[in-house]
Design a protein around this ligand. Structure first.
Ligand SMILES: *Cc1c(COP(=O)(O)O)cnc(C)c1O
Length: 383
């Protein structure tokens, strides 16, 4: 067992060895530019990108022509939100989102608000769930886009994506979902769920950092996104710049692996997550589960522990790597806007830890984590 035990998989994940293997040749022997049409170096690179695009599409049950590669999920979110605003903003200038979104969505929408867009930020309930009735009521004549994350990166709450798609489509509104945390942790079939745009990530799913993808639903007439970056026309003009072939190949491989036997992977993570939670609540009092009890990611455990500062707990558990909140959020726990949005008792903000398992997490690691946390909490509570 490698120490510290890595339990921070919402922040990033270990790159699968098979993904590394898949990437390596595209750095060295096969270093071509997929836009080079005149020689085998370019052709081979282009073939690799095509392969990865097919695997990415397969993971979502999409068509390869519906996928563009981006530099991150952050970038995918910006390309779709800013791109739609620029293309349609003069006729439709209202965007709806939710208070617990990732900053790459929330701050992009807020920036549009400062440029004159009308913005509605929906509240969530104590479990981090958005109300579809409230969402439906918020839609107006000039609503362009609804953007709601598939699964929350802090508390793991899974939104009713299919229902939201149906509401949006019945009202002629576009729907985007940030699925960075969802891919590899739940079934994600775009035909079944129905969103118009989906952002996904490499590094949250055992692929490399610095790569993401955006699914853009094919329809007639095709939706227009105005580019927010200008250049050589790659990725349908939406993400120009020479394609990063190794990372793209890695993303495709990561998705191919995570899609295979997905239910088994989900069950494995969920079993260990529940085992950890049950071990802690059996030994300790005053543990509050944050997020939704059922509609949540199988790998997420977010708890507040009465009377135990998360910083102290972390010091006592140096051989565990977990988080006291999102790596993207401020260091100041009072700024934990996701907990605040869920009306979590403020006294618990700095007593909250986020544990994220992966398909590589073992029973041995979870036994170890349960024992270490229990011991540390007991020690902190007695001094
Ligand atoms: C990590 C994360 C992002 C950002 O992904 P990057 O690829 O690091 O830009 C966006 N949304 C959610 C929900 C995330 O968890």
């Amino acid at each position: 067992m490698k120490l510290p035990v890595y339990l921070d998989n919402h922040s990033t994940t270990r790159v699968d060895e098979k993904v590394v293997e898949e990437m390596l040749p595209w750095f060295s022997e096969n270093f071509g530019n997929p836009s080079s049409k005149t020689h085998p170096y370019g052709w081979a690179a282009d073939e690799a990108v095509k392969n990865a695009r097919r695997k990415t599409a397969e993971a979502l049950n999409a068509d390869p022509s519906e996928i563009i590669f981006t530099g991150s999920t952050t970038e995918a979110n910006n390309i779709v939100i800013q791109g739609l605003a620029a293309a349609y903003g003069t006729s439709k200038n209202h965007i709806i989102t939710v208070s617990t979104e990732h900053p790459s969505v929330l701050d992009t929408v807020k920036a549009l608000g400062r440029r004159g867009f009308e913005v509605t930020i929906l509240e969530v309930d104590k479990t981090g769930m958005v109300s579809t009735d409230e969402l439906s009521s918020a839609i107006k004549e000039n609503t362009l886009l609804v953007t709601v994350m598939a699964a929350n990166n802090e508390i793991g709450t899974i939104a009713p994506i299919k229902e939201i798609s149906e509401i949006c489509h019945s009202r002629n509104v576009l729907f985007h979902t940030d699925a960075a945390q969802a891919i590899g942790k739940m079934e994600f079939d775009v035909k079944e769920l129905g969103p118009d745009f989906v952002s996904i990530s490499g590094h949250k799913n055992h692929g490399p950092k610095g790569i993401g993808a955006l699914y853009i639903k094919k329809r007639k007439p095709q939706l227009r996104l105005s580019p927010i970056i200008f250049g050589g026309g790659q990725e349908k003009d939406l993400r120009p710049g020479t394609l990063n072939v190794p990372l793209i190949a890695g993303l495709g491989k990561a998705l191919e692996i995570s899609s295979g036997g997905l239910q088994e992977k989900i069950d494995g993570m969920k079993f260990l997550r529940d085992f950890l939670y049950n071990s802690l609540t059996k030994e300790l009092t005053g543990i509050h589960l944050n997020g939704h009890p059922v509609s949540r990611l199988p790998n997420n455990l977010n708890i507040s522990i009465e009377g135990v500062s998360a910083d102290l707990l972390m010091l006592e558990c140096r051989d565990l790597a977990f988080s006291t909140g999102s790596a993207c959020a401020s260091d100041d726990p009072s700024h934990n806007y996701v907990l605040r949005a869920c009306h979590t008792d403020e006294i618990l903000f700095n007593k909250t830890i986020r544990i994220g398992l992966s398909r590589f997490t073992t029973r041995e690691e979870i036994d170890f984590a349960a024992a270490r946390i229990t011991e540390a909490v007991k020690k902190i509570r007695t001094v």
